[in-house]
Ligand binder design. Structure first.
Ligand code: HEC
Ligand code: HEC
Length: 479
């Protein structure tokens, strides 16, 4: 015990001694004679008064003892000073979460919510949530027709379009029992060659204004020619070789006649147009999110609602916005490309995020990438252009950190400039990350979730009916 406490105990002992002496004297010379008490009565009175004095002294000693205990022992009783916590672990959204975590009371606009909503609308930052339309826009020179999409579907599944006949588009973009990607970190092409990038899903890609991770293709028609002659994908020697392969198969003649007019030559452009037309039918509008925005207010769980609010509040919507959750979509392609990663963090080396620099010239420190759509993203792991992250929570932590500055505290050493910088950003707490992930799950098509759970069993035999089935499903859920 420290000196201050010793002094207090001394005071307590002195108080006790003095108290006892005064009590005895009072009883012996004043109260006793006045009350004409016998010796026994005097002792009784002295004991009664003395107990009070003793209790006071004991209290003093106890207070001193408690105050000097290590803080942890009585931790639950001590009111904490929030400012005393280190800034790096403080949740920047504390206030938001405290007020929103348990409250969910949808207020329709014509009631008391009207004022709040109109105020929010006037506010320039108001964000309007949107659903996907049922049909994708097509370029004027390639209108989508049923005959063309049927031909395109056949081509999409044809392994004869690869050099050794082992791969079709669907080998890496499984639209039957998978997510529309291949579930691998990076794709495997002919002869087992491993590519450098992750296969994005082809679902809803018809709404993207720029295709590929680095956005290098401006249309599905242009994109479709890429994998056919990519040596580590389908490996055909030339686009003319692809044309010949298709011409060699007599069953395609009739299909081309129906799709493009009788006797029209089979060309690589028409092959690409048919495939693109088919891809424009790969749309999912049956996610819980879509149902919610269309008016089914029970479609999202409380965690998903909190995640939806955080997705906006934290700033994910700055890049992943609009009906397709992408800045590179046909709806409003304001910001198709973004630097990734923006903030230097240890994630860079652990997940090799800067090895490939996307649309930036090779070797530039920060890559530039097309903002991908987040529709069905919970189904399309592993994530990022190099498929290096296989946990969605980790992907969200990385995004909030490297794109939005929720970095936590660390040191950045610039070897070229010999400069040390200390970054001290806030971090998203685990609950917020889990809520955002719950919201990302709400962007998954119910039908795709069901198919993946069934491992495509119902569909692996028949192709046509499955896309048609999805079409029916989509139309029946649309309002
Ligand atoms: C060997 C696996 C593989 C095959 C086969 C393959 N792809 Fe891909 N696909 C990929 C990879 C990997 C990417 C991303 C490449 C990149 O960004 O550089 C991709 C990207 C795409 C994209 C862009 C999606 C987006 O959102 O940006 C579309 C569309 C696509 N492929 C369609 C096709 C079509 C059509 C075929 C058949 C002609 C095909 N793919 C064959 C692996 C494959
Ligand atoms: C400044 C723009 C920007 C912001 C803000 C942003 N993102 Fe991203 N996001 C991107 C880009 C660009 C990529 C592609 C990165 C790459 O090359 O792999 C991406 C990729 C992703 C992926 C991986 C997609 C896939 O198919 O692998 C997820 C998941 C994701 N973002 C979620 C989020 C979430 C959640 C937030 C908010 C916490 C967020 N993003 C904020 C630009 C952004």
């Amino acid at each position: 015990m420290i000196n201050g406490d010793m002094n207090l105990i001394l005071v307590a002992v002195v108080a006790l001694v003095v108290g006892v002496a005064v009590t005895i004297a009072m009883v012996r010379y004043d109260l006793g004679p006045k009350g004409r008490l016998a010796r026994g009565g005097q002792w009784l009175l002295a004991t009664a008064l003395g107990t009070g004095v003793l209790a006071f002294a004991v209290k003093l000693v106890l207070i001193v003892a408690i105050a000097s205990l290590p803080e942890l022992t009585i931790d639950p009783f001590i009111e904490k000073d929030p400012i005393a916590r280190p800034a790096s672990v403080r949740d920047p959204l504390d206030g938001l979460l405290a007020s929103s975590r348990f409250l969910w009371q949808p207020i329709s606009e014509n009631e008391s919510g009207a004022a709040a909503v109109s105020e929010n609308k006037q506010n320039e930052t108001a964000y309007i949530w949107q659903t996907l339309p049922d049909t994708a826009p097509a370029p004027a020179q390639n209108p989508t027709t049923p005959d063309k999409t049927e031909l395109g579907e056949r081509l999409f599944f044809d392994t004869d379009l690869s050099r050794d006949g082992s791969l079709s588009c669907s080998s890496c973009h499984d639209v039957l029992g998978g997510s529309g990607g291949d579930g691998r970190p990076t794709s495997v092409g002919i002869n087992g060659q491993v590519g450098g990038r992750n296969a994005p899903t082809v679902w809803n890609t018809a709404f993207q204004s720029h295709l590929f991770w680095d956005g290098r293709a401006a249309s599905l028609e242009e994109q479709a020619k890429g994998p056919l002659v990519n040596p580590v994908e389908m490996g055909m020697p030339s686009l003319e070789a692809v044309e010949s392969r298709v011409r060699e198969k007599p069953e395609y003649r009739e299909a081309f006649d129906k799709a493009f007019g009788k006797g029209q030559p089979i060309t690589i452009d028409r092959i690409a147009e048919a495939i693109a037309a088919y891809e424009r039918t790969l749309i999912t509008t049956d996610s819980p999110y879509d149902r919610f925005v269309r008016g089914d207010l029970d479609a999202l769980s409380p965690a998903q609602l909190r995640g939806m609010s955080l997705f906006q509040r934290v700033g994910c919507v700055q890049c992943h916005y609009g009906p397709n959750f992408s800045g590179a979509s046909l709806f409003d392609a304001r910001t198709p490309f973004r630097i990734f990663p923006v903030y230097p963090t240890p994630y860079e080396t652990s997940y090799k995020l800067t090895e490939d620099s996307g649309a930036s010239p090779a070797g530039s420190g920060r890559g530039s990438w097309r903002v991908p759509s987040l529709r069905n993203v919970a189904l399309t792991g592993p994530w990022f252009h190099n498929g290096s992250v296989n946990d969605l929570e980790e992907a969200v932590r990385i995004m909030s950190s490297v794109q939005l500055g929720y970095t936590g505290r660390y040191l950045v050493w610039s070897d070229s400039h010999k400069v040390m910088t200390e970054l001290n950003g806030p971090v998203l707490d685990d609950e917020s990350v889990a809520d955002i992930v719950a919201f990302l799950h709400a962007l998954s098509s119910d039908e795709l979730v069901r198919r993946i759970a069934n491992k495509g069993d119902d569909y692996s035999q028949e192709r046509g009916p499955m896309t048609a089935g999805l079409e029916r499903q989509r139309l029946s859920t649309a309002k």
